[in-house]
Design a protein around this ligand. Structure first.
Ligand code: PMP
Length: 280
């Protein structure tokens, strides 16, 4: 497999990462994960736009959109992968361990592709989630490499046999450690507004678009842990999980305990969007 680090495409085994890369010391960088279906990237532009918003928000300078697009094209050309994903990260660069920004140091891009199994089988089933306190910082709209709270809470979920930890601030549900969260109540879809407390997921945006197409009422309003527990349906979304039904929250069944009709409709519509890619 050919991957990319700091200006060069190489076999994975030949890549060595500079230990002075600020991504190591500080998690000083941002990243994106983009899914590829049938050889076509899904919502590529939206991901690249978000990457550059993250880059701008943390003040990384000296990286252009065409550079990223060339890296993506290079990886796609050199790796025969048609169903998978690309991981892209941009760090502030290579410097000694100084907290303040290096001067005249270019950012460092790292990127690779991998295959991914179809999510279809997994998404037939529902997933268990737990709830956890959201003790992250107040710039969760930045897709930062700093993921320690996300890592710790995801691990807590896994140790309890759950798929995801859904986070809350003082009882207000924000998002999952690597997913956005939707609930259905009396036919209306609710999800946290895209402010500084969540990452505005590209899959979240696809679901909002689908809801619009299906004329499903949507409220981008925050909801509480009590609302989550009393929801008719719950699902989580991400680039890698797509649209995944939640069948229990902290061990309590959601709704009837079966995948709900709204979740099914949205999953179907999402699958149509991604399957359509090879025909366009
Ligand atoms: N929230 C967080 C904290 C995430 O890490 C992710 C996935 N990286 C998401 C939401 C979902 O975003 P997307 O649909 O763009 O993958």
């Amino acid at each position: 497999k050919i991957s990319y680090y700091n200006g060069e495409f190489k076999q994975d085994a030949d890549i060595s990462i500079d230990y002075n890369d600020r991504a190591f010391y500080f998690g000083d960088g941002v990243y994106e994960v983009i899914r590829l279906y049938n050889g076509v990237f899904y919502t590529l532009e939206a991901h690249i736009d978000r990457l550059f918003r993250s880059i701008e928000k943390i003040g990384i300078k000296g990286i252009e959109r065409n550079e990223i697009m060339e890296i993506i094209a290079g990886l796609q050309q050199q790796n025969q992968i048609s169903n998978g994903y690309i991981y892209l990260q941009v760090s502030r660069g290579i410097d000694g361990r100084n907290h303040s920004f290096p001067v005249n140091t270019p950012p460092v891009v790292m990127a690779y592709m991998n295959t991914i199994e179809s999510s279809a089988a997994q998404n037939e089933e529902g997933a268990a989630i737990i709830t956890s306190e959201d003790y992250r910082w107040l710039k969760c709209d930045i897709k930062s490499l700093n993921l320690l709270p996300n890592v710790l809470e995801k691990q807590r979920a896994v140790e309890q046999g759950a798929k995801e930890a859904v986070l809350h601030r003082n009882g207000t549900v924000t998002e999952g450690t690597s997913t956005n969260v939707f609930i259905v109540k009396e036919g209306t879809l609710y999800t946290h507004p895209a402010d500084n407390l969540i990452l505005n997921g590209i899959t979240r945006l696809s679901v909002l678009e689908i809801a619009d197409e299906l004329e499903v009422p949507v409220k981008e309003e925050s909801f509480t842990l009590a609302d989550l527990a009393a929801a008719d349906e719950v699902f989580i979304t991400s680039t890698t999980l797509e649209v995944l039904a939640v069948d229990s929250v902290d061990g309590q069944a959601v709704g009837e305990g079966l995948k709900g009709p709204m979740t099914m409709r949205i999953q179907e519509a999402f699958q149509k969007k991604t399957q359509k890619l090879n025909m366009s």
